[in-house]
Design a protein around this ligand. Structure first.
Ligand code: ADP
Ligand code: UDP
Length: 243
């Protein structure tokens, strides 16, 4: 697949056109940002890990009935994906209190919920990705009611599949962010990435953080945590896809 012009450079990835108008190449960088771009840094090797992890998790999800943009891993950092028009909503699912939830509601981190929560924010850097509910999303015409219902159904399914998979790796899936997009015929599929940049992942035994919170909170051992979580995935992945 011929890589053409760069269409976009984001905080964590570059996006390139290909000779097929329905396909894109995404290239994962080692750049890391937090707090809406205020904190900037590099995590050596992150791009390779996020690329491979996201592709493996998307394959697992595809096999479980969640349509995704994944087509083919082209190299350590590059993947061919189906081009979508991104629905400008960040969908956040939580199983355990952490991060902005803990701060917002004045509770400690680590409270295990009886059932998962879902929230949306408006994907808009200038506005700082403000939280909104589905009525706001419809009022702003970000998505139709049918799309929102489907996005909710897929997001909870993603949670079930990934929670079970990470459990088999000895890892607790605390929360994560998803993005969805529309193919040219309007079909809604899962896009963007699923990685330690977009999920909170805690060692089930020790509670050790194995995700981007090590970078956000200056906890040290950032590169090591990314390597460790990828190794956990590799160890248990074949068994999970074989099921
Ligand atoms: P950001 O834009 O937040 O800085 P990235 O650096 O990850 O994020 O850039 C990747 C961009 O590509 C994001 O805006 C994301 O929404 C978009 N994207 C992800 N998957 C697809 C896809 N399959 N088709 C089109 N755009 C996509
Ligand atoms: N998240 C993300 N991108 C964002 C905001 C959040 O990937 O722009 C992920 C984050 O990694 C975590 C989950 O979504 O796994 C919930 O994040 P939270 O709302 O607690 O925000 P944060 O503490 O990151 O500000």
């Amino acid at each position: 697949m011929e890589k053409r012009v760069q269409l976009y450079e984001g905080k964590a990835k570059k996006v390139f056109a290909t000779d097929d108008p329905e396909l894109l190449i995404v290239s994962y960088k080692d750049d890391a940002t937090a707090f809406n771009g205020l904190k900037k840094g590099t995590i050596a090797g992150k791009g390779v890990i996020n690329n491979k992890m996201s592709n493996r998790l998307m394959k697992l999800l595809e096999a479980s009935g969640v349509p995704t943009h994944f087509v083919e891993e082209l190299s350590d950092r590059e993947t061919l994906v189906k081009k979508v028009s991104i629905v400008p909503l960040e969908v956040i699912i939580r199983n355990i209190s952490a991060g902005s939830f803990a701060k917002h509601y004045g509770v400690e981190e680590g409270i295990v919920f009886d059932s998962p929560t879902i929230e949306f924010s408006y994907k808009n850097d200038e506005l700082g990705d403000p939280l909104l509910n589905e009525y706001h999303a419809k009022a702003l015409k970000l998505a139709t009611d049918g799309e929102i219902q489907l996005i909710k159904k897929y997001s909870f399914k993603v949670n079930e599949v990934l929670k079970e998979f990470w459990k088999s790796c000895g890892v607790t899936l605390v929360d994560f962010k998803l993005e969805f997009g529309r193919l040219s015929d309007g079909t809604v599929i899962l896009a963007d990435e699923i990685s330690p940049d977009t999920c909170r992942l805690w060692d089930s035994k020790t509670g050790e953080k194995m995700d981007k919170d090590r970078f956000r909170r200056d906890l040290g051992g950032v590169e090591d945590a990314y390597r460790k979580i990828m190794a956990r995935l590799e160890e248990h992945y074949e068994a999970a896809v074989g099921k």
